[in-house]
Design a protein around this ligand. Structure first.
Ligand code: DOR
Length: 447
């Protein structure tokens, strides 16, 4: 009797933990059931993937989807639509919404809103504050929680824990790896006068490399002292790469495609306040160091830091303009273009976008193409040339810093737990997203 699958991806090049090779993929009940020559098998649907590469689903562990509170910029539906159009199968969403996600009811509210509306799988970060420290041990382990996120420097929204005592108390309270926006608030305050009205070139002058390094150093020192694991989001400086390379046992780190692709002063010359984000895009020596860190393995994860604001908001004169730019839909194409240019291998891309998130955050059943794992897949055409255009952007903000940029490599299919969600640019199954599960908060996990 030939084997029967719900879905068969045939003839694609599977990129996997054991290398890349042409193999078929059999999917049953939303999970990978078989990998190999499945020519004799039958299936409900067979998709010819010859000429395409099949990657483990891309997990974007840093997005801001603005719901509730700022849905004129984005909501969970539009943000996740942009994600799956860009080949992303799961997202971790940030807590700086309005209200912020700082208690169980705010998390429950987001989970309720996500069900039936989000097109990819999801988890939500809990914002760590001075007020909710006692509840964090419970909050970080709730189903659907990606753990705790702390803003050490102020950015979009009001979440902020600037002081050592607050930071230490949070680290002491929690058990899971927490994620940090590492910019030093006292130094940001001191240097505010360096902002030049109307000139975003002054953004990285104000938020300089010492702002970033000082916060990252404080954080890692406390993590080591208290025996905790920390994840440093959107690392932006050469100094932090060097520092973090010596602390891999306690600290993981993320790089964004923006910091790997855009640099000052050119980005501010061309894009003005559209290039304004926190931490800032910096000059070439920092970008070069991020690439060295990526090659050396210091970088664990690629996150988009998708932070949509409307063009009208971005058009306000600096520094009234908000920080952040969209990125969830362009993460895969921009990074595949770097692959095409020989800056990283496809295997390393998979390591950074699937295996890395699974390892760092302890995701259950995702991040590999392996029997028994969720059939989350990102299917890409490495040869396809496309020009990124604002008109292609599914995010409600409707723009991208890469408008007009030609890339080689394009996501053509997004599969979430065996469901074909996006194929050749069409959303073909809507609202199927479910909470990501974590090893440390599975129902049976010891407390
Ligand atoms: O530039 C940024 N924008 N950095 C952040 O940390 C927050 C984000 C946002 O939410 O707009």
């Amino acid at each position: 009797m030939p084997e029967t699958y719900d879905l068969l991806l045939s003839g694609g090049t599977i990129v996997n933990h054991d290398g890349a090779g042409e193999r078929d993929l059999g999917i049953r009940d939303g999970k990978i059931a078989a990998i190999g020559d499945l020519a004799r098998a039958s299936a409900g649907e067979t998709i010819d993937c010859r000429g395409l590469h099949v990657l483990p689903g891309v997990i974007d562990t840093q997005v801001h989807f603005r719901e509730p509170g700022h849905v004129h910029k984005e909501d969970l539906e539009t943000g996740s639509r942009a994600a799956v159009q860009g080949g992303v199968t799961a997202v971790f969403e940030m807590p700086n919404t309005e209200p912020p996600t700082t208690d169980a009811s705010a998390l429950a509210d987001k989970l309720r809103r996500a069900r039936g509306r989000m097109h990819c799988d999801f988890a939500f970060f809990i914002g760590g504050t001075h007020q909710n420290i006692a509840e964090l041990p419970e909050l970080e382990r709730l189903p659907g929680s990606a753990g705790v996120k702390v803003f050490m420097g102020s950015s979009t929204g009001k979440l902020l824990v600037a002081d050592d005592a607050g930071l230490r108390a949070i680290l002491k309270a929690i058990r899971r790896r927490a994620s940090f926006h590492a910019e030093d608030e006292p130094r940001l305050e001191e240097r505010k006068s360096l902002r030049v009205v109307g000139d975003p070139h002054s953004h990285p002058v104000w938020r300089d490399e010492t702002v970033a390094l000082r916060a990252t150093t404080r954080l890692v020192t406390f993590a080591r002292e208290l025996g905790r694991r920390v994840h440093v989001l959107h690392v932006s400086t050469a100094e932090e790469i060097e520092f973090l390379a010596a602390h891999k046992d306690v600290a993981s780190m993320e790089a964004t495609p923006h910091h790997l692709t855009l640099e000052a002063p050119d980005c501010y010359d061309r894009l003005g306040t559209r290039a304004q984000m926190n931490p800032p895009l910096r000059e070439g020596r920092h970008r070069a160091a991020l690439w060295r860190g990526l090659k050396a393995g210091v970088v664990d994860i690629l996150g988009s830091d998708h932070a949509p604001h409307t063009l009208e908001e971005k058009a306000k004169p600096y520094p009234a303009s908000p920080s952040g730019m969209p990125g969830v839909q362009t993460l895969v194409p921009i990074m595949l273009d770097h692959v095409a240019a020989g800056r990283l291998t496809l295997a390393r891309f998979v390591d950074l976008s699937s295996a890395g998130p699974a390892r760092v955050f302890g995701i259950a059943g995702k991040g590999r193409i392996a029997a028994g794992y969720d059939a989350d897949l990102t299917v890409v055409d490495l040869k396809r040339k496309e020009t990124i255009r604002n008109g292609l952007i599914a995010s409600r903000c409707g723009w991208t810093p890469y408008d007009g940029v030609e890339v080689t490599g394009w996501p053509v299919g997004t599969f979430v737990r065996g469901a074909k969600v996006m194929w050749q640019g069409e959303l073909v199954a809507a609202g199927l997203g479910a909470p990501v599960r974590f090893l440390e908060s599975l129902p049976h996990a010891a407390s």
